[in-house]
Write a protein that binds this ligand. Structure first.
Ligand SMILES: Nc1ncnc2c1ncn2[C@@H]1O[C@H](COP(=O)(O)OP(=O)(O)OP(=O)(O)O)[C@@H](O)[C@H]1O
Ligand SMILES: [Mg+2]
Length: 578
C-alpha cells in the first residue's frame, strides 16, 4: 500500500500537490465520520447522568449537521482532486510514452510487442486513471479510521484495546496473504489480456490472408484459445481470491462478537463503567468495518500494482542513444560510408565487416540472394537498429553523433510495405513535410504520377483512405509513398524492392515516379529487378552478410561470379522483361 502510494507519487510529477491535497481531505473526512459516534455518546451519557439540557441537545444536533455537511465538502474535494489528478497524470504519461516509443529501436516493435504496447495504453493506464486514484485515498482513510477505532477501544478499556488490536492484526495477516496471492494472479491476468490483444490484432490485420488460405478454422482457434485462457485465468483469480476474502469477513464477524462478549463481561463484572459500555455498543458495528473495507478494495490495489509494473517495464526499455549534437556540414568526405560494420539482431552476426562508400549524387545498388542482408544494411543507415561494431558515416560524421531528427531529415525511404494512415490523401502526402503548402503537395503528387488517380477519388485530395491504405491498389499506395518522399526532398533516398509485385502499368508509373524522386540524390537501391540498376555507379552483391562482389555492371559482368550468373539466368528466363 505504502509502496503503491510511493510509486504513484513518483509518476505524478507536477500533480503531486493534488494527490497530497486529496489524501489530506480523505483523512479529515475519516475523522469527521467519527463525529456522530462521539456526539451520540456524549448526549446519551449526559442524558443518563441527568445533566442533559435542551441547549446542549440543540448544540449537539447542530454539530452533527455541521459535521455531515463538512464531511460532504471534504469528500467532494477529495473526489475532484483525485480523479482530476488521475486523468492529468496519465494524459502527461501517455505523451511521455509516445516520446519514449519514438526513441525505441525498431527491433522492439518487430518482436511481438505491439500487443504489450496496446494493452499498456488501453488497459493498464485506463484502469489506474479511472479507478485507483479514488481507491488509494479511500484506503488511506480506512486505515486512519481503523486506528481511531482502536484508540476509542483503549479509551473505554485497555483490555478491549488489546483484543481489538489482536483481531485487526489477524485480519491484516490474512489480508497480506490475499495481496501476495492476488499479485501472482494479477501478473497472469495481465499476461493473458496481452496475449488476447495480440491475437485480436493478428486476426484483424491478417484477415485477408486468413480468408484466402482458408485459415479461418485454425486462426479462429488461436483467437478462441486466447479468449478461453483469459477467461480461465480470470476465474482462477476469483477462485483463489475469495477464500481469503471470506476469511477476512469471518474474522470481522467473529471479532465483533468477541468484542461484544468481552465488553459485556467486563461491564457485568464491574470492570467497566456504564457509559463506556454504552460507548462500546455504539462503536461495535463500526469497529472493524474500516479494515474490512480496506481489504474489499485490495484486489484493485494489486491489479493497479501489476499495471504499474507493466507501465514501468515499458518505460524501462532502452532507448536508442540520441545524445549526438553534431550537425552535418559540406565536406569532401563520401556522402555515405560503412566502415567494418558488423551487426546482429540477436546472437548471430547478420552482417560481417561490411565496408563501402557512396559519393554524393551516385547510385549504389544492393543485389543478391534473399536473406543475404540487403534490407538490414539499409535499415542501419536510418538507425532502426545500431551497429554492433564498426561505424556508419554520413558526410564523414558517425550517424550516432548526429541528432536523430537531423539524420531523418537527410534520408527518405521507399519500402515495399508502405503504411498509409487512416486520414486524407492530402495529409498522407503532407507527412513528408508538414509545413509544405497545398501547391507543393499537389506538385509532389503530380511528379509521383498520383495526381490523376487522386482526382478520380470521390473527394480528391480530401478523400479519407482506409487504415494501411486498404482502399487503394498496391501500386497506388506505392506512388503515394513516393509523393511523400518527393515532398520531403531529402538528399539521400533508400529504395527497397520498390518495384516488386505490381502489374506492368503500375510498374512503369512507379519507375517514372522514382526517376523524379531520385533526381540529384544519393541513392541506395535494393533491387530484385536487375535491369533497373545496370547504370548504377556501384553494384554490391550481398551474400551471407558480406559483400561478395562489387563494381559497376561491366566490371561485374566480366567476372564469372554471382552477379554474372544472376543476370544471365534472369536474361534467359525473362528476356530482361522482369
Ligand atoms: N527483425 C529481424 N529480427 C531478426 N532477424 C531478422 C530481422 N530482419 C531480418 N532478419 C534476418 O536477417 C537476415 C537478413 O535479412 P534481410 O531482410 O536483411 O535480407 P534481404 O537481403 O533484404 O532479403 P530479401 O531479398 O528477401 O529482402 C535474414 O536471415 C533474416 O532472417
Ligand atoms: Mg529485403
Amino acid at each position: 500500500m505504502i509502496g503503491m502510494i510511493r510509486r504513484i507519487l513518483g509518476v505524478s510529477g507536477k500533480y503531486r500537490g493534488r494527490i497530497y491535497g486529496a489524501m489530506g481531505c480523505s483523512f479529515l473526512k475519516g475523522l469527521l465520520m467519527k463525529v456522530p459516534i462521539i456526539l451520540t455518546y456524549f448526549i446519551v451519557t449526559t442524558y443518563i447522568d441527568g445533566t442533559l439540557t435542551k441547549k446542549t441537545a440543540l448544540y449537539g444536533a447542530f454539530a452533527l449537521a455541521a459535521s455531515i455537511i463538512v464531511q460532504a465538502i471534504f469528500q467532494y474535494l477529495a473526489d475532484r482532486l483525485q480523479s482530476g489528478a488521475g486523468y492529468l497524470i496519465f494524459a502527461d504519461m501517455r505523451m511521455k510514452l509516445g516520446e519514449h516509443l519514438r526513441r525505441l529501436p525498431m527491433g522492439y516493435f518487430t518482436e511481438g510487442n505491439i500487443g504489450k504496447i496496446s494493452s499498456v495504453l488501453s488497459t493498464d493506464m485506463v484502469f489506474i486513471e479511472e479507478n485507483c486514484m479514488m481507491v488509494l485515498a479511500d484506503m488511506m482513510s480506512y486505515l486512519f479510521s481503523q486506528a481511531i477505532m482502536i484508540i476509542f477501544m483503549f479509551v473505554f478499556d485497555w483490555r478491549l484495546g488489546i483484543v481489538s488490536l489482536l483481531i485487526t492484526g489477524c485480519m491484516v495477516l490474512l489480508g497480506r496473504g490475499m495481496m501476495k496471492n492476488d499479485l501472482v494472479h494479477s501478473d497472469e491476468k495481465q499476461e493473458a489480456a496481452e496475449i488476447q490483444t495480440q491475437a485480436v490484432l493478428d486476426f484483424t490485420e491478417g484477415i485477408g490472408i486468413i480468408k484466402t488460405y482458408n485459415l479461418l478454422g485454425d486462426k479462429s482457434k488461436e483467437l478462441t484459445d486466447s479468449f478461453d485462457t483469459n477467461c480461465r485465468v480470470n476465474l482462477d483469480f476469483e477462485f483463489s481470491h475469495h477464500p481469503y476474502k471470506r476469511g477476512v469477513f469471518l474474522i470481522y464477524g467473529i471479532g465483533t462478537v468477541v468484542m461484544l462478549a468481552l465488553s459485556a463481561f467486563l461491564y457485568t463484572k464491574g470492570y467497566m463503567e456504564r457509559q463506556y459500555f454504552f460507548g462500546m455498543l455504539l462503536c461495535l458495528f463500526d469497529l472493524f468495518v474500516p479494515i474490512k473495507s480496506f481489504y474489499d478494495q485490495e484486489a484493485r490495489l494489486t491489479v493497479m500494482s501489476a499495471c504499474m509494473d507493466r507501465i514501468e517495464a515499458l518505460f524501462a526499455e532502452k532507448e536508442l542513444d540520441d545524445s549526438g549534437t553534431q550537425q552535418l556540414s559540406e565536406t569532401n568526405a563520401p556522402e555515405i560510408e560503412y566502415r567494418n560494420v558488423t551487426f546482429a539482431y540477436d546472437k548471430n552476426d547478420i552482417l560481417k565487416n561490411v565496408s563501402f562508400k557512396a559519393d554524393k549524387g551516385t547510385m549504389t545498388a544492393l543485389v543478391g540472394p534473399s536473406g543475404g542482408g540487403k534490407s538490414t544494411i539499409a535499415s542501419l543507415l536510418t538507425r532502426f537498429w545500431d551497429v554492433k561494431s564498426g561505424e556508419i558515416l554520413l558526410r564523414g560524421t558517425d550517424i550516432r553523433k548526429i541528432p536523430l531528427t537531423t539524420l531523418m531529415d537527410n534520408i527518405s525511404m521507399v519500402f515495399q510495405r508502405v503504411y498509409l494512415f487512416q486520414d486524407t490523401v492530402y495529409h498522407n502526402i503532407a507527412l513528408g513535410r508538414p509545413d509544405a503548402s497545398r501547391e507543393e503537395v499537389i506538385e509532389a503528387a503530380k511528379k509521383a504520377r498520383c495526381y490523376d488517380f487522386i482526382m478520380e477519388l470521390p473527394d480528391g485530395f480530401d478523400t479519407v483512405i482506409g487504415e494501411g491504405g486498404a482502399s487503394l491498389s498496391g501500386g497506388q499506395v506505392q506512388r503515394l509513398s513516393i509523393a511523400r518522399c518527393i515532398l520531403k526532398d531529402s538528399p539521400i533516398v533508400i529504395l527497397d524492392e520498390a518495384t516488386a509485385s505490381v502489374d506492368a502499368d503500375n510498374e512503369s508509373y512507379i519507375q517514372q515516379a522514382i526517376s523524379e524522386l531520385c533526381k540529384g540524390k544519393t541513392l541506395l537501391v535494393i533491387a530484385h529487378r536487375l535491369n533497373t540498376i545496370t547504370h548504377a555507379d556501384n553494384i554490391m552483391v550481398i551474400k551471407d552478410g558480406q559483400i561478395a562482389e562489387s563494381g559497376d555492371h561491366e566490371k561485374l559482368m566480366r567476372q564469372d561470379g554471382i552477379y554474372h550468373s544472376m543476370v544471365t539466368k534472369r536474361a534467359v528466363s525473362t528476356g530482361w522483361k522482369n
